[in-house]
Design a protein around this ligand. Structure first.
Ligand SMILES: [Zn+2]
Ligand SMILES: [Zn+2]
Length: 160
């Protein structure tokens, strides 16, 4: 991704602005009850990207500890002024990987979901596009992620 194509995003009041310096490794559409409750909507759209490939342009998102489906909790980073959530950290990947809230990007339509997860709890009116990868709960990374993204994740987490 060139700088011209880089995706920028931010909160509702404009205090927090950020830029993605690479394409995300994968985009999740999560239909779990936790994401429904936390978003107040039918699902959450999260773009997974290495935290060091997200440039903060202004503002300082504040961490808020929040329950998650796994029981291990997540940290949601919110604008200190308008409190809109811009990304999360989960227990598995810790601080190394940002789960960017796709709806906070300036052009969210450029990042459609690569995979639907926790569809067992999806709202009944949500129709998953035919052929889209979808899982009742979670999935095996090796069956869904492109090889390049698996390598990027391993590098971000310091795995071999
Ligand atoms: Zn704000
Ligand atoms: Zn979820």
């Amino acid at each position: 991704m060139t700088k011209e194509q880089a995706q920028e995003g931010g909160c509702a009041c404009g205090a927090v602005r950020y830029r993605l310096e690479a394409e995300p490794m994968i985009v999740h559409c999560c239909h779990c009850y936790w994401c429904q409750r936390e978003s107040g909507s039918a699902f959450a759209l999260n773009a997974l990207i290495e935290a060091d490939r997200v440039s903060l342009l202004s503002g300082e998102p504040q961490p808020v500890a929040t329950p998650s489906a796994s029981g291990k909790g997540q940290t949601i980073f919110r604008c200190p002024q308008c409190r809109v959530a811009v990304w999360s950290h989960y227990a598995g990947a810790g601080d190394a990987i940002d789960f960017i809230r796709v709806g906070t990007l300036d052009e969210p339509g450029r990042l459609p979901p690569d995979v639907h997860i926790y569809t067992a709890s999806k709202q009944p009116w949500v129709i998953i596009p035919e052929g889209a990868p979808a899982f009742a709960e979670y999935y095996r990374r090796s069956e869904v992620w492109p090889a390049a993204s698996i390598a990027r994740r391993a590098a971000a987490l310091g795995l071999k």
